[in-house]
Design a binder for this molecule. Structure first.
Ligand code: PAF
Length: 269
């Protein structure tokens, strides 16, 4: 695998996996998916300051450059790109807005976060010019907003969603999990447990009740636990064909998010 400073010698279509580093098996599954659809797989590692609303969170974000190289290579990446700040953000850049949805759910607690995500992904797309870009379903709101942005600004790029990869306990893999204590890690299993229970329920009310059980875990501080319509990202109604439960909160001062498709809705599609 080659390291690239500039992407001038990529003359073939590529599949692109943007990351902020601290790679784990979840990222590797994105890279493997990319490799299934393209011979050339570019993985970027860029910790984007614009999407951190909190300086401390940015400072604490794990940085594991050697391991990133190893895991990316092992998963089948052909290029690892670690752009300089100035490459992504020269003096004049187009700042994108995530609009109204950018202020809901994750956006309530992370003001400006999605504006920062869309701004950096747009810049990365402009530079890499991929044919495909792979994003995990774990950050479902991010995936939804990137899909909208790409449809408008980069219709030539196909956004490929990839399923969430979980620990054997059910915990969704995340670069932030390393900051959980042993007790926090086992408490965090409550999130996937309530999601699995909610996903089995036929009615929205019953599913919401199951989701609310996440508050029974004393170490967990809830931000939101909702069922949304996947097509609109509004709160789901009985008319919603594709529904997804989304949960976010805090354990040990670490923010955790997860989501799951509702089975009953899948049957109705
Ligand atoms: O999901 C992430 O790791 C980041 O939000 C992304 C898409 C790489 C943009 O910085």
């Amino acid at each position: 695998m080659k390291e690239m400073k500039v992407l001038t010698d990529l003359d073939r279509p590529c599949a692109f996996v943007p990351t902020m580093g601290a790679l784990h098996a979840g990222h590797q599954s994105l890279i493997q998916r990319a490799r299934e659809i393209c011979d050339e797989v570019v993985v970027s590692v860029f910790i984007n300051p614009l999407q951190f609303e909190d300086e401390e969170d940015l400072a604490k974000y794990p940085r594991t450059p050697e391991r990133d190289f190893e895991l990316a290579r092992e998963a089948g990446a052909t290029v690892l790109w670690r752009p300089e700040y100035e490459t992504i953000y020269p003096t004049e850049i187009t700042r994108l807005s995530a609009g109204a949805l950018g202020t809901k759910f994750e956006g309530v607690h992370r003001p400006g976060h999605f504006d920062g995500v869309l701004t950096v992904v747009n810049r990365l797309f402009e530079i890499v010019k991929p044919r495909f870009a792979i994003f995990g379903e774990k950050d479902f709101q991010q995936l939804f907003l990137i899909n909208q942005m790409a449809t408008q600004l980069h219709p030539e790029i196909e956004i490929v969603p990839a399923p969430t990869i979980r620990e054997s306990t059910g915990l969704a893999m995340s670069s932030r999990n390393v900051r959980l204590s042993t007790e926090g890690r086992s408490a965090a299993d409550v999130i996937s447990a309530v999601l699995r229970k909610a996903a089995e329920e036929e009615s929205l009310d019953a599913a919401q009740k199951k989701l609310n059980e996440v508050t029974n875990e004393p170490r967990f501080t809830l931000d939101y636990a909702e069922i949304i319509d996947e097509d609109t990202f509004e709160i789901a109604t009985n008319e919603s064909l594709k529904r997804r439960a989304i949960v976010a909160g805090w354990i040990d001062g670490v923010r955790l998010i997860d989501n799951m498709a509702m089975k009953s809705a899948l049957v109705r599609v």
